[in-house]
Design a protein around this ligand. Structure first.
Ligand code: PEP
Length: 257
């Protein structure tokens, strides 16, 4: 059983930034600085409106995977304004973020919706990256493990054991996203270990091959020590992925394993 993605994983979430013009300029500069890699996975999640620009830029770079940040709970139909797994795949996407905290907390994405989206993503042959993470209030109430395990179970609820081994997880504490506050490597590792344990009870030995990324104010200064922590198989990065030079430096990080 091999991993779905080679680790470490470096995933850039551009959120609502970089239109097609900026995306083209970013990709040109990024691809110049980062020659083809085979010892790590590189993912970029642009705005859906910039997907075509990124897909075009990576046509000679099979080592770079592009994904969408959000999809609807139905594949096709009368859902004005939504993105679809089927259309995303047709447009060149190979991955999708599911349950990002901004979707959960700003747009009301429910646990149930994440389960449905994970199912649709695998049906459409997209790699789903399921994001889980607790708010500051939940952390202070000692509920971190309960929250991330609930989100994990809901996200995986419609998947078979074999399918569970095709997903990628991202632990993103909400209090660390875009705030400049990062979980310590030990804190991240502890929660990743809890997630790994839950994956093991669902998927047995295959759980060891499911990548678990950390996200939340990752930058050039802290990425190496986070990636060196046990059970941290990659990073999902928002703010620090927006600058092509900075992101190039991050994805070239030496990883001690
Ligand atoms: C994110 O958007 O997933 C994220 C982790 O953002 P930031 O790196 O800006 O905290």
């Amino acid at each position: 059983m091999t991993r779905v993605l080679r680790t470490p994983i470096f995933a850039a979430n551009w959120k609502l930034n970089h239109g097609p013009t900026d995306a083209r300029a970013f990709m040109q500069r990024f691809l110049q600085q980062v020659p083809r890699v085979d010892d790590r996975s590189l993912l970029i999640f642009p705005s859906a409106l910039s997907l075509a620009a990124v897909v075009d830029a990576i046509k000679d770079r099979p080592d770079v995977i592009v994904g969408v940040q959000q999809v609807h709970t139905e594949s096709l139909g009368a859902f004005t304004g939504e993105n679809s797994v089927v259309i995303a795949r047709d447009a060149g996407a190979r991955a999708v973020l599911v349950g990002h905290s901004e979707r959960r907390h700003l747009f009301g994405e429910t646990d149930e919706a994440t389960g449905r989206k994970m199912r649709l993503a695998l049906d459409a042959r997209l790699i789903p990256m399921l994001c889980v993470g607790e708010t500051l209030a939940e952390r202070e109430a000692g509920a971190t493990e309960h929250v991330v395990l609930r989100q994990l179970e809901a996200g995986l609820s419609a998947l078979s054991v074999a399918e569970v081994s095709q997903v990628v997880l991202a632990y993103e504490p909400v209090w660390a996203i875009g705030t400049g506050r990062t979980a310590t490597p030990a804190d991240a590792s502890a929660i990743h270990g809890v997630l790994r344990g839950a994956l093991r009870s669902r998927a047995g030995d295959r759980a060891g091959h499911i990548p678990i990324c950390y996200g939340g104010s990752v930058n050039r200064g802290n990425v190496a020590e986070l990636l060196a922590a046990p059970d941290v198989d990659g990073v999902l990065v928002g703010g620090a992925s927006l600058d092509a030079d900075g992101w190039s430096a991050i994805v070239r990080t030496e990883v001690a394993h």
